[in-house]
Design a protein around this ligand. Structure first.
Ligand code: SF4
Ligand code: SF4
Length: 106
């Protein structure tokens, strides 16, 4: 049997990582989250933006204060803001955020 020198052995190909929140470093939880409706976010997690609107408070490093830093999961999932509910896994915005933090996946 002859071997094509230009052919990449299958074993060297890395599979595309699946886009799921469970394998993501919660990239979208560094975005500003405006509170448009009352979903029961605890007051201690709410900040005021420069226009007087309610937003999720963020820590100095940019991450949402409600993000559990051990699990990188939302600690108020049942009460998460509407904006977070609408941010669709696998959407263009999601992929953009993941690519922005792509060094995490290397
Ligand atoms: S929605 Fe996208 S960016 Fe946000 S945690 Fe899930 S996979 Fe990561
Ligand atoms: S409220 Fe939860 S889902 Fe929304 S940005 Fe904060 S940690 Fe992420």
């Amino acid at each position: 049997m002859t071997t094509d020198p230009n052919q990449i052995p299958l074993t060297t190909l890395e599979p595309e990582p699946a886009v799921t929140c469970s394998t993501c470093a919660a990239c979208c939880c560094q975005l500003e989250v405006i509170l448009l409706t009352d979903t029961g976010v605890p007051d201690r997690y709410i900040d005021t933006d420069e226009w007087g609107g309610d937003v999720m408070a963020r820590l100095d490093d940019g991450w949402c204060i409600a993000l559990d830093r051990d699990t990188m999961l939302c600690s108020i999932y049942e009460n998460r803001p509407w904006v977070c509910r609408e941010f669709e896994m696998g959407s263009a915005e999601c992929l953009e955020e993941r690519n922005g933090l792509s060094t995490i996946y290397r």
